[in-house]
Design a binder for this molecule. Structure first.
Ligand SMILES: Cc1cc2nc3c(=O)[nH]c(=O)nc-3n(C[C@H](O)[C@H](O)[C@H](O)COP(=O)(O)OP(=O)(O)OC[C@H]3O[C@@H](n4cnc5c(N)ncnc54)[C@H](O)[C@@H]3O)c2cc1C
Length: 376
C-alpha cells in the first residue's frame, strides 16, 4: 500500500491519530515496536484520570473540552465503556498553587467545581484522614478512563477504516528522500509516506535528532500498585479519583473498579532511565512499595493489604508541558510528546488535531504554548 501518512509509535496518541486519519480517508500506516496495547510505553495499567479544571494551566482546557466530547463519541462508536465520570478530588494545602490553578481554570471556563474544606471531605468521603491545613477542590464531572480498552477500540476502528498497523516494527532511523517523502528504516526494510507523525515516546528524541532537532525529553521510571478495598466504601459512587499534593509527594488514586482494588501511584519522584534501558519490575527498589504503603497508612487507613504493583515510564519535558509541533525545515514531519505523566486524557483530541493539521493544514487549536522553540 502506498501511504499518505505514517504514524511512528502506535501508542496512545498514535492509535488515536491513526483512527482519525483513516476515517478521514487518508491511507495510513502505523509502526510500533510492540503489539499495542502493551507494557513497553506509557499506556498500560488499565486506568487513567481525566480532569478538566486543569491545575497544570487553563491553556489546556479548550483541548480538554474537545477531548471529553471525543471520549464520548469513541464510546458510542466502539460500543465500549471508556469514561467513568465518578468525580476527582484535587487535594493540597490551602495555599497550594495547583489547587488555586484548578479554581482559576474552572472559573475561566465555567466548569463545575466544589471547594471542600477538610471537615467536609471527612464527612463526604470518610475514607480520607487528612491533616489540618489540607483542603480540596472536587470536580464532579471528572473521572476515570480505561486506557488499554481505549487503545484496543482505536486500533479496531482504525483497522476497520483501512489503516495498516505493523507490529514489532521498531523504527531505527528516519530520512527525507529526494522527492520529499519521509522514509523510516526498520529491521524489516524501509517504508515511505508523504507525511509522518512521530509519537514514539522514549525514542522520539533519538529519531528527530537524526533530522537535526533536539527534543529535551527525559525518561523516568514510575510505579503504581493495587490494594484490597471495600467495594462499598471505595467503589466509584463513594470514593472519587484523586490527585493529592501531600507532604510526602504528589500522589494519585482511583476508586476500586470491577473488583480490581484501590489503585495508587506517585506522580513526582521516580528513577531516571536512559532511552532503551530495561524497565526493572515493581519491587526492584525498596521505595516502590514503601512510599505507597506509607501514604495508605497515613491518609487512607481503611485500605486493605497490598495486591500487586507495576512499573511504567513517564517521558518528561523540562516544564512538564507537551511538545506538539512540526519540523521547521521538513514540514511534512510532525511530532507529539504528550506525556510528563498527564497526557492520556488528551490522546483522542491530539489524534484529531494532528489528523486535521496533517491533512488540512490547520490543527484547529492554538499550539503556541506547546512549540519546541520555547526551549530556545
Ligand atoms: C504510571 C502512569 C500514570 C499516568 N497517569 C495518567 C493519568 O492519570 N492521566 C493522564 O491523562 N495521563 C496519565 N499518564 C500519562 C499517559 O499515560 C501518557 O501521557 C500517554 O500514555 C502518552 O502517550 P504517548 O502516545 O506519548 O506514549 P505511548 O502510549 O507510550 O506510545 C508510544 C508508542 O511508541 C512506540 N515506540 C517507541 N519507540 C518506537 C520506535 N522506535 N518505533 C516504533 N514504535 C516505537 C511504543 O511501543 C509505544 O506504543 C500516566 C502515565 C503513567 C506511566
Amino acid at each position: 500500500m502506498k501511504a499518505d501518512v505514517m504514524v511512528i509509535g502506535a501508542g496512545s496518541v498514535g492509535l488515536a491519530a491513526g483512527y482519525q486519519l483513516a476515517r478521514q480517508g487518508a491511507r495510513v500506516v502505523l509502526l510500533d515496536e510492540g503489539a499495542p496495547p502493551h507494557a513497553l510505553g506509557s499506556h498500560h495499567g488499565s486506568t487513567r484520570l481525566i480532569r478538566y479544571a486543569y491545575g497544570e494551566g487553563a491553556r489546556y482546557v479548550p483541548l480538554l473540552l474537545r477531548a471529553r466530547r471525543l471520549w464520548q463519541e469513541l464510546e458510542a462508536e466502539s460500543g465500549e465503556s471508556l469514561l467513568l465520570p465518578c468525580g476527582v478530588l484535587n487535594l493540597g494545602r490551602d495555599d497550594s498553587p495547583f489547587i488555586r490553578q484548578v479554581a482559576a481554570s474552572a472559573r475561566e471556563y465555567g466548569l463545575a467545581l466544589e471547594q471542600v474544606e477538610r471537615n467536609e471531605i471527612a464527612r463526604r468521603w470518610p475514607t480520607w484522614r487528612l491533616p489540618v491545613g489540607q483542603a480540596g477542590a472536587f470536580e464532579p464531572e471528572a473521572g476515570v478512563l480505561y486506557c488499554e480498552r481505549a487503545l484496543l477500540a482505536w486500533r479496531r476502528l482504525a483497522e476497520r477504516a483501512g489503516a495498516r498497523l505493523l507490529e514489532h516494527s521498531a523504527v531505527r532511523a528516519l530520512r527525507i528522500d529526494s522527492e520529499g517523502r519521509v522514509i523510516a528504516k526498520t529491521g524489516q526494510g524501509e517504508l515511505g509516506a508523504d507525511r509522518a507523525l512521530i509519537c514514539a515516546g522514549q525514542h522520539s528524541a533519538r529519531l528527530l535528532a537524526g533530522l537535526g532537532l533536539t527534543l529535551p525529553l527525559t525518561r523516568v521510571r514510575k510505579t503504581f500498585a493495587w490494594y484490597r478495598a471495600d467495594e462499598q466504601a471505595m467503589g466509584p459512587g463513594r470514593f472519587p479519583g484523586f490527585s493529592a499534593d501531600l507532604a510526602e509527594g504528589i500522589y494519585y488514586g482511583f476508586p476500586t473498579l470491577d473488583g480490581a482494588g484501590f489503585k495508587l501511584g506517585r506522580h513526582d519522584g521516580g528513577q531516571p532511565l536512559a532511552p532503551g534501558e530495561p524497565l526493572v519490575p515493581f519491587g526492584a527498589f525498596e521505595e516502590d512499595r514503601a512510599e505507597l504503603d506509607a501514604v495508605v497508612q497515613a491518609y487512607l487507613p481503611q485500605v486493605g493489604s497490598f495486591i500487586e504493583g507495576k512499573a511504567c515510564h513517564y517521558i518528561r519535558t523540562p516544564d512538564e508541558d507537551f511538545i506538539l509541533d512540526r519540523h521547521p525545515e521538513h514540514e511534512q514531519l510532525f511530532f507529539a510528546s504528550a506525556c510528563s505523566g498527564h497526557g492520556f486524557k488528551f490522546a483522542g483530541v491530539l489524534g484529531e488535531l494532528f489528523a486535521h493539521w496533517m491533512l488540512d493544514g490547520d490543527p484547529g487549536f492554538d499550539l503556541a504554548p506547546f512549540r519546541l522553540t520555547r526551549f530556545g
